[in-house]
Design a protein around this ligand. Sequence first.
Ligand code: DSN
Length: 391
Amino acid sequence: MRDKEVEKLIKAEEKRQKSVINLIPSENYVSDDVLRALGSVLNNKYSEGYPGARYYGGNIIIDKVEELCKKRALKLFKLNPAEWHANVQPLSGSPANLAVYSALVPIGGKIMGLLLSSGGHLTHGQKMSMTGKIWQQVPYEVDPKTETLDYEALKKLAIAEKTNIIVAGYTAYPRFVDWKKFREIADAAGAILMVDMSHMAGLVAGGVYPSPFPYADVVTTTTHKTLRGPRSAIIFAKKDERSFDKKIDKAIIPGLQGGPHENAIAGVAVCLKEAMSPSFKKYAKQIIKNAKILAGELKKRGWRIISGGTDSHLLLVDTWMNGKGLSGKDAERALEKGGIIVNKNTIPGDPRGPLDPSGIRLGTPAITTQGMKEKDMAKIAEKIDRILHKK
Ligand code: DSN
């Protein structure tokens, strides 16, 4: 690079990424091919609109890139193009969720979403997010005893509140979600079922986490977490007489966005193809194996794991332990000093605030990409335990 100042920073970050144990469950290390697509000349092109109907000339090649990405998105999740539509233009997860609500929920309508403290996401209608200002959140929580979803309670709430949309799929919920039960709840309440599978998309693609597609009306996902692609997002919509596909396309452009990032879309196409390979299936399986072992090893050393364990790529550790331990913020800092990167996280019923909560969230996608296996998990748990006890 001619710009030495920026080059130096990029190199320093590359070194940092290689020298730490990265346990942030929403991060991953992408292939050189994905980076090549991201850093390509596709960045130079304006392509507002959709393939075959753009507001700019010169999009013959770009149209092919976007069509290829859409085709691969449907193929990876085994979706029939006559039944499902994919929009690959959302710039990331939050704009994708915003686009779905603006397409399908009237202003002031209700979004039933899991509270942040129970593992939900800001854009699931949380008050401090625009999604909670334009629409009203019908909040739900996990059961305080089991720290898992109580589907019967959810059904009663959805019916009583007459919610417009129910959002399932979370950022800090370690267990499988029963999508079929959510379908039954949505039908009983007359609501739309949206699944945000950002966290588990790669696990669904790898066949190790239940697919939401047989049950959802709309599925959103980021592409940079377990799916191991660029920072981008996809919205899948069921094609039927409700025209969700057309409404969502219009919500993206002209509703919310301008020119799509076609370099990112090409990178998504690359990661979708990678995720179709047998080695990706193995990778997805190993992510979950590693997470389960990490949870077990920490438990053995006396740490309380939220809900008792994990079915997925992530786990939540109660570091506060009713004041006997340390806050999530202190745990995050201490671990970073020791070369382990995690993020502080609220735990169900957290008495502390989100900026200094009671726990930490750990995940195995990035370290599994680096080739770590079962034996490495015991070593990581040992190191975490040592650092947190020393503090
Ligand atoms: N920031 C993402 C995560 O870490 O889960 C969600 O937006």
